[in-house]
Design a protein around this ligand. Structure first.
Ligand SMILES: NC(=O)c1ccc[n+]([C@@H]2O[C@H](COP(=O)([O-])OP(=O)(O)OC[C@H]3O[C@@H](n4cnc5c(N)ncnc54)[C@H](OP(=O)(O)O)[C@@H]3O)[C@@H](O)[C@H]2O)c1
Length: 243
């Protein structure tokens, strides 16, 4: 298959936090779910799923909101053929999986926990920490940042300082995407435009939160390519929208 994103250039890592990329697939009418969820193939093609792995191969860790994991409790790693490439670049063979949750309501028998090459990391609040250690501690590492919910910037500082994560890939969902953007902690966005129309007003869009984002960040399109009827877009978030 075509490896469009195999070689990627990244700007310098920001001070005090990892460099953050977002990767999402969206229909032409702007939806990222179909009937309330995203099942494999419902929006993106096999090529899009392959491209997800290529993008992941550049990142030290992949982070997701718990609802995304509840719907797709699969390992967020790379296929075997990327391991050697990663090790040659000085990265760990597989990226670390990070899940953000306060409830800890996660399927512990699912492949993500039962068959991961590496224990996932649970990022939670200090109020939930003890309960989640008890609930998930056998299958995952648990760390807490923020009192009643995870605070994005302090959490990113911990990921950089204590875990050495330099590049972090956020794979949704929309509520976590919103919080990262609201915290001015997104550096770039990979977006697959799938040639589909969904139509339902109950389906979700890529970034969903209570307010309009401060100053409506104006993205810079830094690359695009087409594969059959799918478009692969890479946008940079302007520096004035970073902190
Ligand atoms: N098209 C795409 O590319 C794509 C990509 C990803 C996801 N999706 C879809 O998006 C949907 C899920 O999106 P969503 O926005 O509903 O959920 P989400 O962002 O995946 O997860 C939300 C959950 O994450 C936890 N969470 C979020 N922020 C937190 C914080 N600051 N502190 C602590 N916990 C926090 C909470 O978990 P607890 O409730 O456990 O406390 C919250 O209920 C799914 O249908 C999924 O398939 C689509």
């Amino acid at each position: 298959m075509n490896h469009h994103y195999k070689e990627l250039e990244f700007p310098a890592i920001p001070a005090g936090r990892p460099y953050v990329g977002v990767n999402m697939v969206m229909s032409v009418d702007g939806k990222i779910t179909v009937g309330g969820k995203l099942t494999p193939g419902s929006l993106g093609s096999d090529f899009d799923r392959f491209t997800m792995t290529v993008i992941r191969s550049h990142f030290d860790a992949i982070i997701c909101g718990a609802e995304t994991i509840r719907q797709h409790p699969y390992y967020l790693g790379v296929t075997k053929d990327f391991e050697a490439l990663r090790t040659a670049r000085g990265q760990s063979a597989q990226p670390l999986t990070i899940i953000v949750t306060t409830s800890g309501d996660l399927p512990l028998d699912a492949p993500l926990f039962a068959q991961s090459p590496q224990r996932p990391l649970i990022l939670t609040s200090t109020e939930s920490y003890q309960a989640l250690r008890r609930k998930l501690g056998k299958r995952a590492e648990v760390i807490a940042v923020g009192q009643d919910k995870v605070e994005i910037q302090p959490a990113l500082a911990v990921l950089r300082r204590e875990l050495g994560i330099e590049r972090l890939l956020l794979e949704g969902g929309p509520s976590l995407n919103y919080q990262f953007l609201h915290a001015k902690a997104v550096d770039e966005i990979f977006l697959t435009l799938a040639p589909r129309l969904v139509g339902s007003d109950a389906d979700l869009t890529m970034v969903m939160g209570p307010d309009v984002l401060d100053s409506l960040p104006r993205l810079e399109l830094i690359s695009h390519f087409q594969y059959e009827n799918e478009l692969f877009l890479r946008y940079r978030v302007p520096v004035e929208y970073q902190s």
